[in-house]
Design a protein around this ligand. Structure first.
Ligand code: FW2
Length: 289
């Protein structure tokens, strides 16, 4: 049972990556009990990072590479393979990739070929990052099975838990994580864990939820899940990806820089409003973030 943080990528005002802030944030999350870091994911603005920036994030976290899943997806397979090769110098836990996206009506065969090519070049375990809502393609357990493609793991960002569970029943050895904050409790309970963006700003809540589950205290764990779901709902009103920077700074007490447009930082008034809403909420519950 693992809590995986899809770590946000801190940027400087000039749009470069704030490496120091990334390191500080990663160190704090691991110290608080987060198990693994998913690097260059959606929350990390992976699709908006260049190949060189993806390398830079891994270089920055090289000290904790064994706790890192390195996301390498790009729309140029040569770049992807360069990142796969680059990762072979680091002892990462696994590499991962979302499927090709944007281009409509890609044949299933090509989607599978993309992952086969990655797997044949990687010395590390390869995880699928399946996010149909974002990519337009569902790389389901059925599809992998149809083409006989076995991967070491999957992060399935899906509101349908049964869809994620199907990977486990089809491929019992596969590491299976669901990537929805609102299903984190259920993912910890029934899969190998959760990849949850809110664990950037609520690491202790996630770690406590995991502890409660392992102690069989379902009631307590569900209180944590409800808190997570409520904060997601608040954050979504302001644009979840941008709001997360404000929430993380607020709850963790250090700067995580800012997002990079087109993921815009919150405006001053929005930031004030969000902080007020969340403060009142957390205070009311008396929990540690
Ligand atoms: C990532 C995640 C979490 C997302 C989810 C999408 O890479 O950021 O899939 O927060 O809203 O795994």
């Amino acid at each position: 049972m693992e809590v995986v943080v899809p770590i946000l990528t801190p940027f400087n005002p000039d749009g470069t990556i704030n490496r120091e802030a990334l390191k500080t944030h990663a160190t704090n999350l691991l110290e608080k009990g987060i198990d693994l870091i998913f690097l260059n994911g959606t929350t990390g603005l992976g699709p908006a990072l260049s190949k060189e920036e993806k390398k830079e994030t891994l270089r920055t976290l090289s000290d904790v590479a064994d706790r890192v899943i390195f996301q390498v997806g790009e729309l140029n397979l040569n770049n992807v393979l360069e990142l796969v090769k680059f990762s072979s110098d680091y002892g990462v836990r696994a590499i991962a990739s979302y499927s090709p996206y944007y281009f409509p009506r890609l044949p299933e065969k090509w989607l599978i070929k993309y992952f086969q090519t990655i797997a044949s070049h990687s010395s590390h375990p390869v995880y699928l990052y399946n996010y149909p809502l974002a990519t337009g393609y569902d790389i389901s357990a059925e599809l992998l099975s149809k083409f006989g493609l076995e991967l070491a793991g999957v992060k399935d960002t899906n509101q349908d838990l049964a869809h994620s569970m199907k990977f486990k029943t089809t491929f019992p050895k596969m590491k299976v994580y669901n990537g929805s904050d609102t299903l984190a409790f259920y993912s910890l309970l029934s899969l190998d864990g959760t990849v949850a963006s809110m664990s950037n700003c609520l690491p202790t809540v996630f770690v406590e939820m995991k502890r409660a589950i392992s102690q069989g205290d379902v009631k307590k764990a569900l209180v944590h899940q409800r808190l997570i779901t409520s904060i997601v709902e608040l954050a979504r009103k302001y644009g979840q990806l941008g709001a997360l920077y404000v929430l993380t700074e607020m709850t963790q007490g250090y700067s995580v820089g800012r997002p990079r447009p087109p993921i815009f930082p919150l405006e001053e008034g929005e930031e004030r409003e969000l902080k007020k809403e969340v403060e009142n909420f957390i205070k009311g519950l008396g929990v540690k973030a």
